[in-house]
Ligand binder design. Sequence first.
Ligand code: PHE
Length: 522
Amino acid sequence: MDLESKLLAIVKDGAELEDTYVWSKLIDVDHNMVVGTMNSLIGDGYLLSTAKSEEFWVLTEEAEGYVTNGSPELQLFRAIPVDGADETGLVAALGEALVKVGLGKCMKSKWISRDKASGRYFRSVESVERDDLVEQLLSIKNGALEDSGLIKDLKKRQLIAQMFVLLSHAAAQRHTLSSRLTPHLLSPKLQNLRKRTSYKVTAGPKWAPVRAVLSSELTKEMLDSGEWATATFRKYNFEAAGREPGGGHLHALMRVRAEFRQILLEMGFNEMPTNRWVESSFWNFDALFQPQSHPARDAHDTFFLTTPSRTVSIPEDLLSRVQAMHEGGGGGSLGYRYSWKRGEGEKNLLRTHTTAVSARMLYALANAPGGFKPAKLFSIDRVFRNEALDATHLAEFHQVEGVVADVGLTLGDLVGVITEFFRRIGITDLRFKPAYNPYTEPSMEVFGYHPDLKKWTEIGNSGIFRPEMLLPLGLPPDVRVIAWGLSLERPTMIKYRCKNIRELFGHKSKLEMTRSAPIARF
Ligand code: PHE
């Protein structure tokens, strides 16, 4: 019979199992196993239990030594030969401590005597039959009953335990073993008190002699055979913690995006709506004071759309202000002095930078009901460029962009905000190098010292947006807009030690990129 059926049988007809621990000894099964099986049966309503804790004694190391070698007095008695022994010899053989205790006890029990003239010890009895201390210790060790004389060996002990279960089975007796345990007569040097929990077990509301096999799912086979009609189904456990999902890792790029987003949010930036990959040339270039003859506007650099090829919904007044600025300047600028073509601006393209979205947002800020209010904005999204593909360039990548608009901002503010942003992503040494963008003046490339790579690398581009860009958008003349941008891929490649961008992004990307833990801060 298996453990489950044994447990079910023992509590049949209102009977009780008085103590799982005693029972586990009787059937020679680990108590934890019994408790495990019991709990599982309780879970399905077959059993009920009441916990009880019991105190019991265990032998110390010293006491275990006596059980093996005999009590100090017996060891001493044995060490005395027929022609006697002197104390020095005994100490040499047994050690001082043992001789001290052993001599006292042996003299008291009159097992030995001391010859006054020679000072030697001699046996007074021929042999010693009983070793009371060891018997006492053994009865403790065996968890024996009060009358330790009753139980000499394991067999007898098992018999008693059996009797005990039979008695409790009849539900007549309520004695527990603990009440009959050997009282603590011995010194704490020999025994320690321990605690254990065991259980009284009775039949539960759903008791049955055999545990029903519960079906956990309805299968096609059950439907075919008709078994579904009689099967008992396992109840759903809606409280179960469930297994932790093994999937769902963030891709390295998305992980870094999440970190950057968090940092920018913590710095008080709001996210821009970047959900438009198709953009008009107007917002991508013209609104940014990028002349229509600029080489970046060539099909060699930019992906233009054939369908739909044009955007016509650009506000008229804005169009004409931008045209005027390109053609003739304004606010102190001379403009580019060429003939601006509306058709060029209407051409659709895949945006080449997220600065197109920043321009839209600045226009919205300038024309917000109630007038312009200062703002801190950021975006992290995809951009497209008609690039020759190599280890560090793809035709599409992600840009991180930050924009701050307020009255009277300076280059110092730009350096400050960039320094803080990069400090938070783990780069503290920065250098700024003059650069050129059509829409910013001054412009600065940002170089960072990478502590892991131990070299200066270009990590971003930045600048103060030109009045030629801001005035046509409708921003008040004293409003300054500082901005910076960087690619998301580069810090991710550095952080994850990825040498080829194609391992990170696109159809050749490695699965490890989705699982790897961060190994270095960028
Ligand atoms: N748009 C720039 C680029 O594509 C980045 C940039 C953003 C530069 C904002 C200055 C200001 O690299």
